[in-house]
Design a protein around this ligand. Structure first.
Ligand code: NAP
Ligand code: GDD
Length: 325
């Protein structure tokens, strides 16, 4: 019988899932990933993990599929990273977002509660829960004021995690993570949208990029640093909630300036503001205070904002050059 710890990651095909799988394999876990059925199997973020992780079909919408999976695997740790995670889509598909991002959490917690109550559980909560903030920086005690159906769904996911911890004594943690990016970030999110556009503009300087609110401020960190924090939370004596952030804030315009400058271009020659990309309700600025995680987990971010954006541009340059060939 395997002596390795068994872990189940939902959302393994996403940005964080792929980094977490890399990290847990390096810690010698037996890694299982939950994937949803699709007519085209495109798992480019975990292509390099073929043969190293086991994939299982189940869906956040389907209680039986989740229950059966937890029953079969009996995981030591379960990281719930799956969600409808793109904020603008949550206004177009608010009910689906709530089903995945809010109720999906309860479906997993129910499976754990009924079948394997000693599974350690991680919930991917979000700084979007703070939304319309008045207090800077935000920590675990800052009140929530979500500004999108996504943010509202994440508040539900956060509180149901706390509630199952308090009601059933489950080891259930909620990581309140601020924005984190990487070369594996989805291309619709603003950092990657910009780094990809800057890389393409390097090859074709006539290319323009449409963006929305350039004044929005975020606390951007590196996804690889943030998955380490998720794991650290589950290695503690006691389950708790932690803010994970760098404590440094930048504007969307800062990202554009840095990315275009890295390929020797001036962002002003390329970026066009499109009012259609502004959100019905914006989260103007977010900046986290990760003091608790630093003190109790010993967590520190290792990659700076500048290094992060430049690395993303470099990776996109390689990609677009390879595609051109
Ligand atoms: P992502 O790249 O969008 O990945 C989302 C994952 O969820 C994908 O693997 C997706 O599968 C899966 N998924 C979606 N709906 C599903 C369903 N019905 N059943 C099963 N799987 C489903 O997101 P991410 O950036 O890695 O973020 C991971 C988690 O952290 C999300 O919950 C996100 O909301 C949260 N979060 C992210 C950040 C951030 O800055 N990245 C910050 C705070 C919190 P497909 O590949 O099939 O689409
Ligand atoms: N996506 C996008 N596209 N955002 C733009 C654009 C654009 O063209 N122009 C300006 N922005 C602004 C948005 O209005 C927002 O204020 C900011 O850039 C960041 O947008 P995203 O990169 O889409 O991320 P997000 O902050 O809405 O959400 C991400 O971070 C959350 C944590 O705070 C996602 O990863 C969420 O899943 C996550 O919970």
């Amino acid at each position: 019988m395997s002596q390795k710890k068994i872990v189940l990651i939902t959302g393994i095909t996403g940005q964080d899932g792929s980094y977490l799988a890399d990290f847990l394999l390096s810690k010698d876990y037996e890694v299982h990933g939950m994937i949803r059925r699709s007519s085209t199997e495109r798992y480019e973020r975990i292509e390099h993990l073929k043969g190293k992780v086991e994939l299982h079909q189940a869906d956040l919408l389907d209680q039986h599929s989740i229950t059966n999976l937890v029953d079969r695997l009996r995981p030591d740790e379960l990281y719930n990273l799956a969600a409808q995670s793109f904020v603008p889509t949550s206004w177009d598909q608010p009910l689906l977002t709530a089903e995945y991002t809010a109720l999906g959490v309860t479906r997993i917690l129910e499976a754990i509660r009924l079948l394997k109550p000693d599974t350690k559980f991680y919930q991917a909560s979000s700084s979007e829960m703070f939304g319309k903030v008045k207090i800077y920086p935000q920590n675990e005690d800052t009140p929530f004021y979500p500004r999108s159906p996504y943010g509202v769904s994440k508040v539900y996911g956060h509180w149901i995690t706390v509630n199952y911890r308090e009601s059933y004594d489950l080891f259930a943690c909620s990581g309140i993570l601020f924005n984190h990016e990487s070369k594996r970030r989805g291309i619709e999110f603003v950092t990657r949208k910009i780094t990809l556009a800057a890389a393409k503009a390097k090859l074709d300087p006539s290319r323009k990029l449409k963006l929305g609110n350039l004044e929005a401020r975020r606390d951007w960190g590196f996804a690889g640093d943030y998955v380490r924090a998720m794991w650290m939370m589950l290695q503690q004596e006691k389950a708790d909630d932690y803010v994970i952030a760098t404590g440094v804030m930048h504007t969307v315009q800062d990202v554009a300036e840095l990315a275009y400058a890295h390929v020797g271009l001036d962002w002003k020659d390329h970026v066009v503001v499109d009012q259609g990309l502004f959100r019905p309700a914006e989260v103007d600025q977010l900046m986290g205070d990760a003091s608790k995680a630093k003190k109790e987990l010993g967590w520190e971010p290792e990659v700076s904002f500048e290094e992060l954006i430049r690395t993303m541009v470099d990776a996109d340059l390689e990609r677009v050059k390879a595609e051109k060939k």
